[in-house]
Design a protein around this ligand. Structure first.
Ligand code: GLN
Length: 465
């Protein structure tokens, strides 16, 4: 069920919040043994105070990724390091969801600290794709995508550093928005790469993304990087609109894409043209640097952010050690997974005095070039249309290199490096019936344009997969 439909029923009182919560809870009990979207479930699922006509989210069951702090509820970031961490405060986004009357059902599975693309790097469980459980749900917000797809939440929060909201949404055939960097507060988000990390909504339709964005966006004194610009109202102003908009297809985003992915996104472009959009191919040459630059910058920041897990102040502490140094080494060796260790080593290497200018500085330069080129394109085009992932959804048993950042991340990582907003919408299916997603990229703070175009596609039947 969609949020805006459920909200209408709640207002008319033809559905009560406790019935809705019980229904969704039933779906979890029925399916989550197999799907494993949740790491933990909330115990006291209460009907919130207030009333349905005060907020579109009142009484709506939602899920939250397990790297977003929830007061009194374990928050693990998918890591043994934080297995027993119970925050004594809510992240700003959680506080805002609660204030809107949303009901948090539980915390969703993820690749450890957000590092991975398949949800195979969690320390706790492996999530399956509800469309077909032999396939991965994508990652790192795989649990958040799977929960929505399987009806185990009406919407969820994911986090995206280089594609982790958009790619799992594409793999599970749902809708998701990575907002402009700084639109949503990161207070209470367990950091991976602070200059790229964004929290955003995942849902069953475009209107629900607008409702969720309304609830979580806006300035926050607790996050100095959070924008103080005036808050927009997305849901009240959303309208299907693609006519006369200029849509660019940057051809380099399609290079080495699977043929069916390329065909599906081009077919969508053609249908947008049929609806009155002006569609042209364009070029974004710097996207070839996106994967490399993303890997260097995100790992560099991760190596610094994850230095706080030393066995003293946060998280896991080894049982046996003979010195302070030994305790730090053992705690980190025992509690971090392989992918996290690899990135800490790599990030420390690229930041070291002798390598800084050959890697980190170069990556920052590449980032600037990518940002400038995408921003220039977005002065010419209203929206850019690309694949989310150049490849189709892999089977779980076919993923060889678990967690590794690779060329498959380039379409989403380029947008993250530029700090721009991007929306993932279902676009078609491959020969195995697995979803293929399209990415709409907009100018800085142009979330409204993205939502309008996505709604036009959805209502025009372009997303019926
Ligand atoms: N797959 C990418 C990585 O492993 C992106 C992850 C993310 O956005 N959190 O780094």
């Amino acid at each position: 069920m969609k949020i805006f439909e459920a909200a209408a029923l709640l207002r008319k009182k033809s559905l009560s919040p406790s019935e809705l919560i019980a229904e969704v809870y039933g779906k979890i009990k029925e399916q989550d043994g197999e799907i494993k979207a949740y790491i933990s479930l909330c115990n006291d699922l209460k009907v919130p105070d207030g009333a349905a006509d005060e907020s579109m989210l009142w009484g709506i069951p939602v899920a939250v990724k397990d790297n977003i702090c929830t007061k009194g509820i374990p928050t693990t970031a998918g890591s043994r390091m934080l297995e027993n961490f119970v925050p004594d405060y809510d992240a700003t986004v959680v506080e805002r969801l609660k204030k809107s009357g949303a009901v948090i059902m539980g915390k969703t599975n993820m690749d450890e600290f957000g590092m991975g693309s398949d949800s195979l790097c969690s320390a706790f469980c492996v999530t399956a794709n509800p469309v077909n459980t032999l396939y991965v749900p994508g990652g790192s917000s795989g649990g958040s995508a799977a929960a929505v797809r399987a009806g185990m939440a009406l919407a969820s929060l994911g986090t995206d550093t280089g594609g982790s909201i958009r790619q799992p949404a594409a793999f599970c055939g749902i809708y998701a928005l990575k907002p402009t960097y700084s639109l949503v507060s990161r207070y209470g988000l367990i950091a991976f790469a602070s200059s790229l990390d964004c929290i955003g909504p995942m849902a069953n339709c475009t209107k629900d993304l607008a409702i969720m964005t309304d609830a979580i966006a806006g300035g926050d004194v607790k996050d100095a990087t959070c924008s103080t610009r005036e808050k927009e109202s997305y849901y009240n102003n959303i309208k299907p609109e693609v006519k006369n908009l200029k849509i660019g297809l940057p051809i380099e985003f399609f290079e080495n894409a699977d043929e069916c992915v390329r065909d599906a996104v081009y077919a969508m472009a053609q249908r947008m043209e049929g609806m009155g959009a002006r569609v042209c191919e364009c070029s974004c040459k710097t996207v070839k640097y996106a994967t490399g630059a993303y890997y260097v910058i995100s790992s560099a920041e991760a190596s610094s952010n994850l230095a706080r897990y030393d066995g003293v102040r946060f998280g896991y502490k080894s049982k046996e050690y003979d010195s302070f140094r030994d305790m730090c080494t053992k705690s980190r060796s025992e509690a971090f997974g392989d992918e996290v260790k690899k990135r800490i080593l790599f990030g420390t290497y690229v930041l070291s005095a002798e390598n800084y200018s050959s890697y980190y500085m170069k990556a920052k330069n590449a980032q600037r070039m990518i940002r400038e080129e995408l921003e220039a394109l977005l002065r010419e085009y209203d929206v850019l249309l690309t694949p989310v992932s150049p490849s189709v959804v892999p089977r779980r048993d076919a993923v060889k290199e678990v967690g590794k950042v690779c060329e498959k991340d380039r379409c989403t990582a380029a947008v993250s490096l530029a700090g721009l907003p991007a929306l993932s919408i279902p676009c078609s299916t491959d020969e195995n019936g697995m979803p293929i997603g399209a990415q709409l990229i907009g100018g800085r703070f142009c979330e409204k344009t993205l939502l309008d175009v996505a709604l036009a596609c959805e209502e025009g039947g372009l997303c019926n997969v």
